[in-house]
Design a protein around this ligand. Structure first.
Ligand code: ASN
Length: 312
């Protein structure tokens, strides 16, 4: 396969597109509003981790970038899940704007919502339940959409976009029920036919990594949630309650045929005891894309890196 390569003239054209200017202004409002919203509720903002000995295995195939420094192998952060779980032991309510590198396979280019480099706002709370965190996400997004409509009415109009403020609580679908009714592509199908964001909950254990907790009353099902944007924009957020039982963590790693060595420093930390927590992450560029109603995510980033393309 011959990969397409970005040219400087394409970059100049992209940087000159008025829609990018709108997206960047809205990106600023998204960050400042969510940051203030969370700080007011007692969440502590922590700096991002760009590389580490341990990162999220992700449960889907990506190319893994890593490097050796002074005899230690480091990976670029795919998500700060383990760092969130470590920090939340001490600081109880945390959030971060976390740059993530996920070198997705070229076929992901067609989704219009994957970038190899993006930022997520990643939140975690000690002792919280999934339901509490779902309410936090709903209220925060509603508050953000109101703010964006107030602050950026003229800009949204210039894009021909009407941003509806959804009613809460958002609709919930159980993963297996949705799959049964709408088939394997249920997220896309439901997203296209919905006019308001909705939740997919109770995700089967094999679909996620060991750090998400199995429901006590439903073996094989995780206390997880994904939020899906309407109008075909698809996934907005993923998260869940975390596994804190060391025995179960080790069983889940073995079940996936992963090695304890892969997660060594997190597992050593976990031996001191983990408290229950729950959290989620929202991709910022996907959120900006949804707010602006862009067909593709590239318009939400000045230097978009698209799977299967040689980017500048
Ligand atoms: N941020 C997600 C979470 O909190 C993890 C991820 O991005 N893979 O569950």
């Amino acid at each position: 396969m011959v990969m397409e390569t970005d040219t400087v003239s394409e970059l100049i054209e992209h940087l000159s597109d008025k829609r990018l200017g709108v997206a960047l202004k809205i990106n600023g409002t998204v960050r400042s509003h969510m940051s203030e919203y969370l700080r007011t509720k007692g969440y502590l903002e922590i700096p991002p981790v760009i590389f580490s000995t341990v990162t999220d295995p992700l449960n889907h195939p990506v190319v893994d970038p890593s490097f050796d420094y002074d005899g230690v192998k480091y990976a670029l952060t795919k998500s700060m899940i383990f760092h969130k779980q470590m920090l939340v032991q001490k600081f109880e309510k945390i959030f971060t704007f976390s740059p993530n590198i996920r070198l997705e396979l070229p076929e992901k280019a067609s989704t219009g919502r994957h970038l190899l480099e993006f930022t997520q706002i990643d939140i975690e709370q000690q002792g919280a339940t999934r339901e509490q965190m779902m309410k936090l996400a709903e209220d925060m997004l509603v508050s953000l959409f109101k703010k964006v409509n107030q602050t950026h009415a003229a800009e949204l109009e210039s894009l021909g976009r009407t941003l509806s403020v959804p009613e809460t609580p958002f609709k919930k679908y159980k993963y297996l029920d949705a799959e049964k009714e709408y088939g394997p592509d249920f997220e896309n199908v439901l997203s296209k036919k919905s006019s308001s964001p909705f939740w997919i909950i109770d995700i089967p254990l094999d679909k996620r990594e060991f750090y998400d907790r199995e429901k006590a009353d439903e073996p094989g099902i995780l206390a997880d949630m994904d939020l899906v944007y309407p109008e075909g924009f698809c996934e907005a957020l993923s998260g869940g309650e975390r596994e804190y039982d060391m025995k179960k963590i080790l069983e889940r790693i073995a079940k996936k045929e992963q090695t304890e060595e892969q997660f060594k420093w997190f597992l050593e930390f976990a031996k001191y005891g983990l408290k229950p927590s729950c959290g989620f992450g929202i991709g910022i560029e996907r959120l900006v894309r949804f707010i602006c109603g862009f067909q593709r995510i590239e318009m939400a980033h000045p230097f978009p890196k698209v799977p299967g393309r040689r980017s500048i």
